[in-house]
Design a binder for this molecule. Structure first.
Ligand code: SF4
Ligand code: SF4
Length: 438
């Protein structure tokens, strides 16, 4: 069972650079920079000061409000400063700098082995919140908020998102192959918290080893309570299949209203890495201080999937994996369609970083922009059923009010229109600019 969402494109997947490589062990750097605002919502507030000694996985900044998330030290060491620093999202943010003094223990010690069966929904949410877990698919929305729908909007279905539709990225795919049972343990906790009875694990059809691994683990897994129904849904490979609204449409044929949330249609979508982080937090008390990411692109000597400590500087990470075989023309945090170009390697990996691409001139070659030939392809491709060409003209002329009336806020910057445009008009740049001006 799978429905179609409107629009979408089929970019070359380019996943073969890393899809067969197991996730490498965690890299523990000598220094980390931890932005206090690496999630949606209000920034965390530091509870340490310069000169303090901190242990890896201890809390260093507390959440400030419901839509916020704490931050944890990802290495043991000394706080060397707390000041503004560059982040991959191109904003500067107050950040805690930690440097290892050389002889500290950097491993995670299990704090409390818990059995989730003995915990209430409130207790589980509180563990997830205190562990600083946010959506690891990229949006970094605090997970405890997603798992606390208001009483008048009950959630009956959970979608576990393993679509990973962005080209190049393979860390979710590898996690499903290597840790399917742990992902299912996380899903079971999500279902219990929401009191939902049904879940779909969504994987695109170009990830057969992940589908096989999840199916095998699912057969051997008994969900508690046993009334729960969990199915694997194999989706047709198509970008942006993994976007929340599109995956809900594809699986449930439900349409999230403009400006609405998945819970408005009785659904919650969680990324497979988020489920894994929930498993770790609940079962062993491990907060979110590391994650799996993909480092790839033709400029790297050795493209890899690797577990990294949050706050690792990109420059240290590239050195660790062996550096470049040629100088990259473009560095992108995230996938090539929705990721953000970086102007410096002096930025940290943050909770929402799913990968970093190091692309050559040939890989980023942009044809010269010409005039719109009114082919309508951008309209056919836009999954939000917008008219990118019309919006582009409004933004160009600075008619921002008209762009707003035409629904530019509904654009979630997937880049499908720009990818498909034969005139090579940077439609995504116009959408971003228009939204920012409004
Ligand atoms: S970038 Fe925005 S306008 Fe373009 S296809 Fe995606 S949602 Fe539509
Ligand atoms: S795809 Fe490009 S050329 Fe075609 S209508 Fe849209 S903006 Fe114009």
């Amino acid at each position: 069972m799978s429905y179609k969402f409107y629009g979408g494109v089929h970019p070359s997947p380019r996943k073969n650079l890393t899809s067969d490589g197991a996730i490498k062990r965690v890299f523990v750097p000598k220094r980390v920079v931890l932005p206090l605002s690496q999630h949606t919502g209000s920034p965390a507030e530091p509870i340490v000061k310069t000169g303090d000694a901190v242990n890896a996985f201890s809390e260093i900044a507390k959440a400030t409000g419901f839509v916020s998330s704490p931050v944890h030290a990802s290495i043991s060491g000394k706080v060397t400063k707390i000041s503004n620093a560059s982040t991959p999202t191109s904003n500067r943010a107050l950040s805690v700098f930690i440097e290892s003094q050389g002889d500290e223990d950097q491993d995670f010690k299990i704090r409390q082995r818990r059995d989730p069966n003995g915990l209430s929904g409130e207790e589980l949410i509180s563990i997830i919140k205190d562990a600083g877990i946010v959506g690891l698919g990229g949006a970094a929305f605090p997970t405890h908020v997603k798992l606390s729908p208001p009483k008048n909007r009950p959630v009956d279905i959970v979608i576990l998102n393993g679509a990973e539709c962005e080209p190049y990225l393979t860390c979710d795919q590898r996690l499903m192959i290597e840790s399917p049972k742990e992902i299912l343990e996380g899903l079971e906790i999500i279902l219990r918290v929401l009191n939902a009875k049904n879940a779909y694990i969504a994987i695109e059809d170009n990830k057969q080893p992940a589908i096989y691994a999840m199916e095998k683990a699912l057969k051997a897994f008994s969900f508690q309570p046993s009334a729960v129904g969990v199915k694997i849904i194999v989706l047709r490979t198509k970008y942006p299949q993994g976007a929340e609204k599109q995956i809900i449409k594809s699986i449930l044929n439900r349409t999230v209203p403009a400006g609405g949330l998945p819970m408005d249609v009785g659904c919650v979508v969680q990324n497979v890495q988020t489920a894994y982080a929930i498993y770790e937090a609940v079962y062993s008390g491990k907060p979110l201080a590391e994650r799996a990411i993909t480092l790839t692109g033709s400029c790297l000597k050795e493209p890899v999937n690797i577990r990294v400590r949050i706050g690792t500087m990109l420059t240290d990470l590239v050195d660790f994996i062996g550096g470049f075989k040629k100088e990259p023309k473009k560095i992108i945090m995230g996938g090539p369609m929705m990721g953000l170009a970086q102007y410096t390697m002096d930025v940290p990996i943050i909770k929402g970083t799913s990968g970093v691409l190091f692309l050559s001139e040939e890989e980023v070659l942009r044809d010269k922009e010409s005039v719109c030939i009114r082919c309508g392809k951008c309209i056919e491709t836009c999954p939000m059923q917008l008219s990118p060409t019309t919006l582009m003209y409004r933004v160009k002329r600075e008619f921002f009010g008209e762009a707003k009336d035409l629904g530019i806020a509904g654009c979630f910057e997937c880049g499908a229109c720009a990818y498909e445009c034969p005139a090579k008009i940077p439609l995504l740049d116009y959408m971003k600019y228009g939204k920012a001006r409004i």
